[in-house]
Design a protein around this ligand. Structure first.
Ligand SMILES: Cc1cc2nc3c(=O)[nH]c(=O)nc-3n(C[C@H](O)[C@H](O)[C@H](O)COP(=O)(O)OP(=O)(O)OC[C@H]3O[C@@H](n4cnc5c(N)ncnc54)[C@H](O)[C@@H]3O)c2cc1C
Length: 365
C-alpha cells in the first residue's frame, strides 16, 4: 500500500479531509475526474474577474469554528448577499422584506404589511395538498404569483400544482427593511476566489486530475487501505438499484464590453416565460471595477445519467433508494462516502466542511 487514504473528489469534503489527514502524518492520494480542483466551488479568472464556474457560491455560516477554519486559507470580503427579483421588468428586493412589500403594495409599516399578507393568506386552503396551496398559505397571492410561482416552476420543470407541498416548508418573511439574504453571523467571498483555498488545502498532497476513479478502479483501489469517496454513491455501485434523481443546470457565460451590466451580483428572473432563473454578474461579488464584465445565465435542466448532478431530489422514493445504497456501502467499512454526492444530500459549504472535519475526528483522533 502506497497511501493511507485514497480520496476521490477534490471538492471541499475531499480536500479538507486530505488536508487534515496529511497534517496528522497520513499519506493521501487525491483524484478528481475534472481538470481542476475545488469541485463545484471552483472559480476561474476571466478578465481579472473570479468567475464561479458551477454557480454562484457565497460563503455563510454561524459556526465560529468553521469561519476561523476557512479564514486560515483566505481573506473574506464583506460581501452581503442581497439578490433582487426581476418580474417582467418590475424590480423587487429579496428575501421578502419591508422593501419588497413597500414596492408591491405602496405600504410603509410592518403592521400594514402583516395585514396585507394576512388578508391574502385568508384565501388559501387550510390543508395544502400541493406547493401552490402551501405557498399561498404562507405568503398570500401577490408574493406567490410574482416571486415564487414562475421561479419554482422553472427550477423543477413542472407546475407548482404538481409539486408536493413539503418542498416549501417555510418562506421566510421579514418585517424589517433588511435585504441580507442570509441570517448567518458570518458571510463573505474569498478575496482571491475559491480556488486558492483548495491550492493551500492540497499543497504537498499527491493529486491526479482528469482521473475518473471508476475508469481506473483496479489500479487505484489497491493503492490505499481506506478510501473517501465523494462522487455519486449510486454510480459507484453501477446504479444497481436504479439512479438517484437530480436536477441539473446549464450555464451560459459571456464577457461583455461594458463595466456594469445589472448593478448587482444576483438577479432572479421570477416569471415563467424567461427561460433562465437568474443572471450572475460575477464582479459584484468582489466589488470589481474592471472595464469589462462577465455574466452567467443559469438555466435549470432535467437530469439523466451522464449530465452534471447539481441538486438532489430528496423526496420519499429517492431517500428510500439512497438508504438502499447506504446499506450496501455499510458492508465495506474501508470505503467512506461523504459530501453532497456521496451522501445524496444538499450541503452548504460550511456544513460540508464541518462534516469532513467530523469524519477526521472519527477516523484519526
Ligand atoms: C448551483 C449551486 C450553488 C451553490 N451555492 C452555494 C452557496 O452560495 N453557498 C454555499 O455554502 N453552498 C453552495 N452550494 C453548495 C456547494 O456547492 C457544496 O457545499 C459543495 O460543493 C460540496 O462539496 P463536495 O466536496 O461534497 O462536492 P463537490 O464540490 O461536488 O466535489 C465532488 C468532486 O468529486 C469529483 N468526482 C465525482 N465523481 C468522481 C469520480 N468517479 N472520479 C473522480 N472524481 C469524481 C467531482 O468532479 C467533484 O470535483 C451550491 C451548490 C450548487 C449546486
Amino acid at each position: 500500500m502506497n497511501y493511507d487514504y485514497l480520496v476521490v473528489g477534490a471538492g471541499f469534503f475531499g480536500a479538507v479531509f486530505a488536508y487534515e489527514a496529511n497534517r496528522r502524518g497520513k499519506r493521501c492520494l487525491v483524484v478528481d475526474k475534472r481538470p481542476h480542483i475545488g469541485g463545484n466551488c471552483y472559480t476561474e479568472t476571466v478578465e481579472e474577474i473570479h468567475v464561479h464556474k458551477y454557480g454562484a457560491h457565497i460563503f455563510h455560516t454561524s459556526d465560529r469554528e468553521i469561519w476561523d477554519f476557512v479564514n486560515r486559507f483566505a481573506s473574506f470580503n464583506n460581501y452581503i448577499n442581497s439578490p433582487i427579483a426581476n418580474y417582467k421588468g418590475e424590480i423587487y428586493n429579496l428575501p421578502f422584506n419591508m422593501n419588497t412589500f413597500s414596492k408591491l403594495w405602496g405600504i410603509a409599516t410592518p403592521a400594514e404589511a402583516r395585514a396585507k399578507i394576512d388578508t391574502q393568506r385568508g384565501d388559501a386552503p387550510a390543508n395544502p395538498t400541493n406547493l401552490e396551496e402551501q405557498a399561498l398559505s404562507l405568503v398570500g397571492r401577490d408574493i406567490y404569483e410574482k416571486l415564487v410561482k414562475g421561479y419554482t416552476e422553472k427550477q423543477w420543470g413542472c407546475d407548482c400544482t404538481d409539486l408536493p407541498a413539503f418542498i416549501i416548508q417555510r418562506l421566510p418573511v421579514r418585517f424589517t427593511y433588511d435585504n441580507n439574504y442570509f441570517n448567518d453571523r458570518f458571510q463573505g467571498i474569498p478575496e482571491g476566489g475559491y480556488t486558492p483555498i483548495f491550492d493551500q488545502l492540497l499543497a504537498g498532497i499527491d493529486l491526479r486530475l482528469n482521473c475518473d476513479y471508476l475508469a481506473h478502479r483496479e489500479e487505484l483501489r489497491p493503492l490505499a487501505e481506506r478510501m473517501i469517496y465523494t462522487g455519486p454513491i449510486d454510480q459507484y455501485f453501477g446504479y444497481r438499484f436504479g439512479p438517484l434523481q437530480f436536477r441539473s443546470l446549464r450555464f451560459d457565460t459571456q464577457v461583455l464590453e461594458e463595466s456594469n451590466f445589472q448593478g448587482n451580483a444576483v438577479v432572479n428572473y421570477t416569471d415563467r416565460e424567461t427561460p433562465f432563473t437568474r443572471i450572475i454578474e460575477h464582479k459584484h461579488f468582489a466589488f470589481g471595477t474592471q472595464p469589462k464584465t462577465v455574466v452567467t445565465r443559469e438555466y435549470p435542466a432535467d437530469w439523466q445519467i451522464g449530465a452534471e448532478p447539481y441538486y438532489t431530489v430528496n423526496d420519499a422514493p429517492n431517500n428510500a433508494l439512497y438508504q438502499q445504497y447506504a446499506a450496501l456501502a455499510a458492508q465495506d467499512p474501508s470505503v467512506i462516502f461523504g459530501g453532497r454526492l456521496g451522501e445524496y444530500k444538499y450541503y452548504d459549504m460550511d456544513k460540508v466542511i464541518a462534516s469532513s472535519l467530523k469524519l477526521i475526528l472519527q477516523e484519526l483522533d
